[in-house]
Design a protein around this ligand. Sequence first.
Ligand code: IPT
Length: 931
Amino acid sequence: MRIFVAVLMLLGLVAAPTATASAAPAAPQAHHVGYDRYSLTVDGRRVLLWSGEFHYFRLPSPQLWRDVLEKIRAAGFTGVSLYFHWGYHSPAPGVYDFSGVRDVDRLLRMTEELGLYVIARPGPYINAETTGGGFPAWLKTVDGRARSSDPGYTAAYREWLGKINPIIARHQVTRGGSVIAYNAENEYAVNVDPAYMTQIQQQARADGIDVPIVHNNCCNADLANWSSGPGAVQIPGVDDYPQAFNCADPGTWGTWGEGVTRRLRDDAPVYAAEYQGGAIDSAGAGYDKCRELTGPDYMKVYYKSNAIGSGATMFSYYMLYGGTSWGWLPQPNDVYTSYDYGAAITESRGLTTKYDEFKRQAYFMTTMAPLTKTDPAAAPKPADPAVFTQARANPDTRTQFVLVRHPDRRTDTDVTTTLDWSTPDGDYQVPVRVGGRDAKILVAGYDLGGQRLVYSTSEILTHVTTGGRDVAVLYGREGEQGRTVLRYASAPSVRVLDGDVRSSFDGKDLRLDYTHHGLARVLVSGGGRPPLLLLLGTDESAARFWRMNTEAGPVLVNGTSLVRDARLDGDRLALRADTDAAGEVEVFAPARHLVVDGRYVATRRTPSGSLLGSLPGPRAVTLPELTDWRYRAEPPATGDDGWTVADKTTTASPTKPKTLPVLYADEYGYHYGNVWYRGDFVADGTEKTVSLNAITGKGGSYLVWLNGRYLGSAAGGTQADSDAPVNPDPGRGDFAVPAGTLVKGQPARLSVLVTNMGHNDDWTADDTRFKQPRGLFGASVGDAKIAWKIRGAVADAERGPLNAGGLYGERQGWHLPGGPAWRDRPPSTVEPGVSWYRTGFRLDTPKDQDVSVALRFGERAGKYRVFVFLNGWNMGQYVSGGPQRDFVLPNGILKSSNTLTLAVVSADGGAGSPVPVSLVALGNHWTGGLR
Ligand code: IPT
């Protein structure tokens, strides 16, 4: 593999790991990982971990893992936090699969190649709004309380950790890899068992995990946090979602508090384990509203307040890229197919203004070395108490970091005042302005490359030393005043290249005053220091910069919509970059030539000493129309093969059935999606009602037929939630037996299709929630003695256990491409039940463009749900009237030639034509650089 990577590197196909300068395959270099009360260290060097959560299982296309990881790295993140999903890899006890889209070894190699640290979070429990909170559904049939030291559960989770831990272990920083920390369990907060917490850590150590073990305490609350006592971890962290999750009301801030991460141990760094980076959309408001609730102004105020308020040096934001809960991945209570999360990178892999804000903060946090070791310090006093200040300082360099915001962070007005600031280089009266819902971190006493920054009222984006000079980018809000003071031994020469910047020198301080607008450029030279190019921008112009590490040090790029990678080769700078429109690109690097995505770009040298060229944008794309639909009907409980006799009389579930036999799908090995039931009995002719109960999880439903005659449908129920009273009669449906349907002494057949949703999570670690059954809970037709059979999904080795359920068409492979041609045209009307539709389409988007495509649902009356199969992959479930209309079709699954199959489960029948759908492009980028 290493050789393979080296060859790709030579071909310029992958980024060189930041650590290795030459193309020769080096033996993996082992490093030492340590920590103290300030930060993690690698070989004694302090690390600022700025990480975001990414779920490989929500992006079933490994080629796109690299795309997202490159976007994450480009924003200045130094790490990613990765849950590993037990249920995604394990269809049955003892069976584990790490191939294809489940190849986490490949994922960890990518993080290694990209130089991103990894916080590995294998659970065993992960929550994450995914089915069973990451537990495989077969665990529901195992005796012993999940998330405890009970023997049944212990044997089960040891199996999982025994598989996943060795994979994680071989990718640890200590073995030349990327994994820098190991998260034991997940928000293990109530109903806890310290023996279990101890044992999973013992197993991690036995499996070769030697990096620090961390934990994420729930919600900054007084719940078990594992900072001391039996089961304690080395670095206890804190999860915090200060905005909570009401996306319908994005203007209301701080529902869940102030959001400053608590210090849980004196000998370990403060770790903001899951800091809110978006929100689940339980209200169905749409993810754009969630993006607003957790938008750039929230990020400025809360993230900066947290950094200075807590002194944390380990941050991870949940989610950074949410992705898609495709197939049967969603947990039923809070989410639907899309797990976009209102995150900085959208489900369709687009970059948002939140991404820009992350980049501004990440570049700052990771550029400013003194931030990795700070203590609380006296803050400059504002003349107006309408401004709040708080400070930290590095005890060695004395560099100060001052938070400036409103006392109540929700305040929506602008205030201007003066700070009485004792900086390491003298006392100053410093004018500052705080806009509504804004916060800044100002710096004083900082060695900026070869310069001495006394203080600035602008924020620092980043700085690099390149080509014998310092280049620094500072920024402020458009239209705000800024002042930057630098120290010199003698008067330096100041040349304003662009913008309106006034300068004065008082014998030691050079003071620059300006209004933030566009991008001002000032060249300072002499004064006993190396030259400095100061770029004074706004939020927007600062966000156009990309800082990239090369073998010859960092370089800056201004422009393009994404720089994925930069390499210096002699006097040639080679970039891999994306554009969403034609435009300029400017590079600050020791180079004379520019190559972008393998093409030579004509450039000229600017007065700023940079190279300026222009790049093309993407060509417009036209997506094909979806026409020529073909049809197949799925009659109720059709086909005589594959049925399992359902005759169990006991269950491991704490929820006991209303009638026997036990009809829970999991008891018969059918864990995900739709199941069909067949109930055969001999009628006595007096039966009046078919009485059923089904537990499906929120949002499920069932359809009922008697002797082939449709009786109707009902909503599936939920039951025995730990925080809700037990419902004795969940998902009840009573259906009148139509006259003449049942004849005394004649055989009769009840057919029931139950659409089960995902499995409940186990946040409360008490089994009643997690082990809640799926499927029929009670069934009676008069006094008839019913012989039951059940039929669910068949295994799909390629797509994994969560892809398909037990529709007849799924068992027959109707969702898979190929097979005999479908000849029938859709009929004009269909009965209630399951109808299948199929069409094919070609996608001929330009090879050097990244087009992100989605399937969009139009309006149609009726009560139905649609399972979307693209080339056999279940890309989600559309529910009529539901909040989600666009279903992202990830490249990789989406190919140039495609088969789209829709399984429509309708409770009321009606039009036979397929529901209206079309293909839409959610993103279009020119990107020779995406591999
Ligand atoms: C916390 C979980 O750790 C994480 O898995 C995910 O569920 C997230 O929240 C919400 O999206 S749970 C906490 C908010 C109670």
